[in-house]
Ligand binder design. Structure first.
Ligand code: SF4
Length: 416
């Protein structure tokens, strides 16, 4: 059986730095596809898609809301020629009814231990419309190393240099922030993978630079310390979402190879100021993630927030506008208040205003969004700031006697 795994394209934020990371969802799914299935992977963000071929089945891996319109187009094109289409991924779980209507079958939830039933039905031509396993989270121990062998790494370079490989050490999150659907997808629980399996997976990745795509590592101090201790001998450099703002944890993170973290900058206050300063004091870079247009922000608040990012001298900043994604606490609220402007999912990129902000007009918020990018990056430009972050990691690698080559391989790493 030939299964054509497709990652449909989505509109990129033109303001963001242009570099391409390999995806994580499809390679995680692929680890659950048995070897007797001939699996090919096609990332439409990086390559032209051939919609005229004849695989036995098309599997769509859909991560973002703004990728669902294209996913539905692809499904229609194949189904019109009698080729079955199945779909899974975060955005499929979030848009289950419309994705189920567009495809032969959808899988909802985490795939480990559950895909066998769908595949057996596919072989027997008795596919059900929906395989809903959202309430049956698989044991975290069953997560296998992702299948990176299906990736064409030539697609994932920045100026000829291979970018970071994505990996995860945990799933879930114990928080429930207003703009986030993680609680809907996995319940409010943090599920760390056994550290030895994370270490095994990292050892198998032929790249000196990684990105831990966990929602947030700042969930359990003891676990963080244990994880960082285990990662340290592997001499990789890595990016992550937030880490506990604690001197002991940050020191351990730095020694384990923390390169830079994404840190939400929600407000101008001493707590965030202290947190950013702590990262810097420990030699860890910071890319701020800043949501503009939250209900507590006036225009002046947004301007102060932009100034604050400059004042804190963040290494990078990513500005987005508040977006009422389905199955988030914020969506429930703005829907009840009649403030959703439209549900054209292609515009749910976080770069376009799709709701009525509380303290300004949609146009004013849109203008502030453009101004934030322009003011923060100014004449320096995004490429220059990115180059500075790269210089930091290269200097550290040299000091530690390792070098990440342009093809990603690590020189000087001696297996402990
Ligand atoms: S935004 Fe981050 S910390 Fe908040 S609920 Fe979502 S994943 Fe958890």
């Amino acid at each position: 059986m030939w299964m054509k795994l497709i990652y449909p394209k989505w509109p990129k934020l033109p303001e963001q730095t242009e570099f391409h990371l390999p995806p994580h969802g499809p390679i995680n799914f692929a680890a659950n596809v048995p070897n007797d299935v001939h699996l090919t992977f096609h990332d439409e963000n990086r390559e032209e898609l051939d919609l005229e071929d004849k695989p036995d089945v098309v599997a769509l891996s859909v991560m973002l809301t703004c990728a669902t319109p294209r996913a539905k187009e692809i499904a229609m094109a194949y189904r019109a020629r009698g080729i079955p289409v199945i779909a899974g991924g975060i955005a499929v779980a979030i848009h289950k009814e419309e994705m189920a209507a567009a495809c032969d079958s959808v899988f909802l939830g985490e795939v480990e231990g559950h895909f066998g039933e769908m595949l057996a039905d596919l072989r027997k031509k008795t596919l059900k419309k929906v395989y809903d396993r959202m309430a049956q989270l698989p044991p975290i121990e069953s997560v296998r190393p992702a299948r990176r062998d299906i990736l064409d790494y030539a697609n994932y370079t920045y100026r000829g240099v291979r970018m970071a490989d994505l990996v995860h050490a945990s799933r879930g999150c114990r928080f429930n922030c207003p703009p986030c659907s993680v609680a809907y997808l996995g319940g409010r629980c943090f599920r760390p993978r056994p550290i030895e399996t994370v270490v095994e997976e990292v050892k198998g990745i032929d790249n000196g630079r990684l990105f831990f795509v966990d929602n947030s590592l700042a969930q359990d101090k003891a676990w963080e310390l244990e994880l960082f201790k285990a990662l340290k001998p592997l001499k990789r450099k890595w990016i992550a979402h937030p880490i506990e703002a604690d001197d002991e944890v940050l020191q351990a993170a730095y020694e384990a190879g923390a390169w830079y973290v994404y840190q939400a900058v929600t407000d101008v206050n001493d707590q965030i100021r202290r947190r950013i300063q702590m990262y810097k004091d420990h030699g860890i870079g910071v890319e701020g993630t800043i949501i503009l247009g939250t209900d507590d922000q006036t225009k002046d608040d947004v301007l102060r927030l932009i100034d604050f990012c400059l004042e804190m001298d963040l290494d990078m900043a990513e500005f987005t506008v508040m977006t009422p994604f389905l199955h988030t606490p914020y969506r429930t609220q703005v829907e009840a208040e009649g403030r959703v402007l439209h549900d054209n999912w292609i515009d749910y990129t976080t770069g376009k205003v799709v709701f009525q902000p509380k303290h300004m007009t949609p146009t004013e918020l849109q203008d502030l969004y453009y101004m934030a990018w322009d003011r923060f990056y100014g004449t320096d430009g995004r490429q220059t700031k990115m180059a500075r972050l790269f210089r930091k990691v290269v200097q550290r690698e040299r000091a530690e006697g390792t070098t990440t080559m342009p093809d990603g391989t690590v020189r000087g790493w001696v297996k402990p």
